[in-house]
Design a protein around this ligand. Structure first.
Ligand SMILES: Nc1nc2c(c(=O)[nH]1)N[C@@H](CN(C=O)c1ccc(C(=O)N[C@@H](CCC(=O)O)C(=O)O)cc1)CN2
Ligand SMILES: NCC(=O)N[C@@H]1O[C@H](COP(=O)([O-])[O-])[C@@H](O)[C@H]1O
Length: 295
């Protein structure tokens, strides 16, 4: 299967020959951060100058300026550790997988807050056990202490969040939040979008539809979040075979295993500022092992 993944990623790389690439800056920079000049005019100690088609890609370097918040820069390669928020509605196995990767040091970030629409879900309980604050959104009859959209934006602003990860969150993210965190909200969906996505496609409903369609492959997609369900720019996918005698549970489990691996890898890439945007608007990930390889 790895050979297949490699083949696909190499073929998608070859399609980059015709595209120009510009950097994606972490769109959320705190007031004390200031853009220094482009990488080309810097000789950073540890940041590699990515090259594609013999062209050095612009990659600005964010330089932390000390301030009263005491912004911390990482000790290893000068890239600041990112503050992550996560939204869950259920067990939170994707959240747990990425959180464990942050604890191990594989993801250069930390979860600073969890948001859920179910105060007693597994993901929220895991957050409490790990000292991560929990916010309820939205407010409903069943969750009267839940926040409104505008209250949520205000509540999150104190955490200096760089990226928001949706991980099994089953409510629509409001446009106020999307505006507050442009190109900084990711979602994981358990099918190969754009297939089997949109309103009504969540959890086992997705896998049931995939099996009923006769599709021979499925797999998780990670995409940026826009105002609609599952229509944001695709950042990463993995393929998973659908077997002729698969039950919904067997397919769900096969996909979920790849979700956990993929979300940790994507979280690592965003925290290490290895996400770039092609001029045609497609986001791509720079390989950690070889800065000139993108997928
Ligand atoms: N603005 C956005 N918000 C959310 C997105 C998104 O892409 N843009 N992704 C979803 C996650 N998701 C698929 O990945 C998804 C979740 C839920 C639904 C859905 O149909 N929900 C039902 C309600 C379900 C419930 O309350 O139990 C509904 O809206 O009727 C579709 C897709 C997270 N938010
Ligand atoms: N459309 C959204 C959707 O269906 N998300 C899916 O919900 C599950 C959450 O599991 P988790 O809570 O154990 O991470 C995951 O499979 C995720 O892809």
């Amino acid at each position: 299967m790895d050979a297949l993944f490699n083949f696909i990623s190499n073929s998608s790389f070859s399609s980059l020959q015709t595209h120009k690439i510009t950097t994606s800056l972490p769109f959320r920079t705190s007031n004390s951060l200031q853009l220094s000049s482009k990488l080309k005019s810097l000789s950073p100690v540890s940041l590699k100058s990515p090259v594609l088609n013999n062209r050095v890609l612009d990659k600005r370097v964010l330089k932390c300026v000390s301030n009263d918040e005491g912004l911390e820069t990482s000790s290893d390669d000068g890239v600041r550790r990112k503050n992550l928020a996560v939204f869950v509605s259920g067990g939170g196995s994707n959240f747990r997988a990425v959180h464990q990767a942050t604890v191990k040091g594989d993801v250069h970030g930390r979860f600073v807050v969890l948001v859920t629409n179910k105060h007693d879900c597994g993901g929220a309980n895991y957050a409490r056990e790990n000292g991560i604050p929990v916010i309820i959104y939205p407010g409903t009859k069943g969750e009267p202490e839940g926040l409104s959209s505008s209250e949520l934006v205000v509540a999150l602003s104190k955490y200096n969040i760089d990226y928001i990860l949706l991980a099994g969150y089953l409510k629509l993210i409001p446009s106020e939040l999307i505006r507050a965190y442009p190109n900084s909200i990711l979602n994981i969906h358990p099918s190969l979008l754009p297939a089997f996505g949109g309103k009504g496609y969540y959890g086992t409903k997705v896998h049931k539809a995939v099996i009923a369609s006769g599709a021979r492959y499925s797999g998780p997609t990670i995409h940026f979040v826009d105002e609609h369900y599952d229509t944001g720019r695709i950042l990463a996918q993995r393929i998973v075979p659908v077997l002729a005698n698969d039950t919904v549970e067997e397919l769900a489990s096969r996909v979920l295993r790849q979700e956990h691996k993929m979300y940790a890898e994507v979280a690592a890439a965003i925290c290490e500022e290895r996400v770039f945007w092609r001029e045609d608007g497609v986001p791509i990930i720079q390989s950690k092992a070889n800065p000139n390889v993108f997928s």
